[in-house]
Write a protein that binds this ligand. Structure first.
Ligand code: PNW
Length: 461
């Protein structure tokens, strides 16, 4: 007998298997039915911001091809589909409300319903109407009110048909990466504005949860955070402390206010020295942000490994490269971090249901004789499913898993150069070609589980 016991990892009955997408990344139809520009239209049309000047003007043309795409989903066998709503279809310009901006989503919901696929809807996945950015965007507190109007309109139009609502996708990206690092729209490098934006995103989340309940809707509502566990490169105290700062920046700045009603106090002096007083945090805000939710969504891709780097910057951390494989994004493949993260969420933050609302890998796939062999993506998803299963087996409350992404799409600052799909998209013809990973995931769903990989990379050893 072989030294390695083959075992089968079966997921609980009723486990949610899904795929995820986002409006700007797949819909195209940028001018259809009165849609106005979003900050990503502006940003992608600004030279030098997105690779090769790619834009979401056409993207996967999902706006027109959604029926074919839903048919693919049903072939895949998913029981849930996560997508987001395009705010600029509904509020294209200042003072203008287009009720018909929801029509596309009504058509999509009808199609999903036919195949018994449950919708999971993100209200905001980064396509802020440009007119709101012109007034300061997320760093302006007024944007919270406008977001609430959008959320209210969405609840009225679609609320009774959607069992799972996600207020925001990755507020870290929508604030830090967008207003601080400047890699995402609107492309600013202003840390004060980044922290203001983060606060307002979180405030709008809390207000929306309250609104959802006030409106008497009975589905579940929560938020999706991108969580990137931070590990210290060495045991030296200064590096361990650097990892703690990195952890506050990536994770705790969002987790703590939601679950503990406070920003990490040990970071506040350092932060105020860099960006000035946190006077944008008003009395009562943290109570609003910590309004109880029904679940936490987690987008997991990788971890960071850091050491101390005293350069007078806000964080003073340096990132260290490991020997492990990286994906086409340059992100380290390290599945144990997912297990560690889930365990930590459970022990330090919440016993609420968790969903992995995104997980997946970019690889430079090519079509050969009508097939796409993407073993790296299969290995990636497989290893992360094992890590997720380990958590469940030990009593963890993980309810679902969504692969990012259903199909190749507009990968933000990288345009169409990075492919995350389990379906290949030929952008010249808009042909969809299911990759090997599609067929592999199809089997995972039918079997409701995975065979243990020979080398269990999901263990924490
Ligand atoms: C997430 N980072 O974005 C998003 O939710 C998706 O829209 C996106 O396509 C996917 O992950 C893959 O990138 C991120 O720089 C973008 O750390 C950038 C980062 C993290 C998440």
């Amino acid at each position: 007998m072989s030294a390695i016991e083959q075992r089968y990892r079966e997921f609980p009955n009723g486990f949610i298997w899904g795929t995820a997408t986002a409006s700007y990344q797949i819909e195209g139809a940028a001018k259809a039915e009165g849609r106005g520009p979003s900050i990503w239209d502006t940003f992608s049309k600004t030279p030098g911001k997105v690779l090769f000047g790619h834009t979401g003007d056409v993207a996967c043309d999902h706006f027109h091809r959604y029926q074919d795409d839903v048919r693919l989903m049903s072939e895949l066998g998913i029981n849930s589909y996560r997508f987001s709503l395009a705010w600029p279809r509904v509020f294209p310009e200042k003072g203008k409300f287009l009720e018909h901006g929801f029509d596309f989503y009504k058509r999509l919901l009808e199609e999903l319903h036919k195949y018994n696929i449950q919708p999971a809807t993100t209200i905001y996945h980064w396509d802020l109407p440009q007119w709101l950015e012109d007034e300061g965007g997320w760093s302006n507190r007024e944007t919270v009110k406008h977001y609430l109007e959008f959320a209210e309109a969405a609840f009225k139009a679609l609320g009774d048909q959607i069992p799972l609502w996600i207020t925001h996708n990755e507020p870290w990206c929508a604030s830090m990466l967008s207003y601080g690092i400047g890699e995402h729209a609107p492309g600013l490098k202003d840390w004060r504005r980044a922290y203001r934006a983060a606060h307002h995103l979180m405030l709008s989340h809390g207000e929306t949860v309250k609104l959802y309940r006030q409106m008497g809707l009975t589905g579940d509502i929560g938020i999706t955070l991108n969580l990137t566990p931070a590990y210290s490169a060495t045991d030296n105290l200064s590096d361990v402390e650097a990892a703690a700062r990195q952890d506050i920046f990536s994770n705790r700045w969002f987790l703590d206010p939601i679950f503990k009603g406070a920003y990490p106090s040990e970071f506040i002096d350092r932060l105020e020295k860099h960006i000035g007083p946190l006077d944008f945090v008003h009395e009562g805000d943290l109570k609003t942000i910590s309004e109880p939710i029904d679940f936490l969504g987690i987008n997991f891709y990788s971890r960071s490994v850091v050491k101390n780097h005293s350069d007078g910057s806000l964080l003073e951390v340096g990132h260290v490269k490991t020997e492990n494989k990286v994906t086409d994004m340059g992100w380290e493949v390290y599945p144990p971090a997912l297990y560690d993260l889930l365990k930590r969420l459970q022990s330090e933050y919440t016993s609420l249901p968790l969903y992995i609302t995104e997980n997946g890998a970019a690889s430079p796939d090519v079509v050969r004789e009508g097939q796409v062999h993407d073993d790296d993506r299969i290995d990636y998803v497989h290893a992360h499913l094992q890590a997720a299963h380990q958590f469940i087996e030990e009593g963890g409350n993980l309810k679902g898993y969504y692969v990012w992404s259903l199909m190749d799409n507009f990968e933000w600052a990288f345009g169409y150069t990075k492919r995350f799909g389990i379906v290949y998209v030929d952008y010249d013809t808009q042909a969809r070609i299911p990759k090997d990973s599609f067929h592999w995931y199809q089997k995972v769903i039918t079997d409701n589980g995975v065979q243990e990989q020979a080398q269990n990379r999901a263990s924490t050893k």
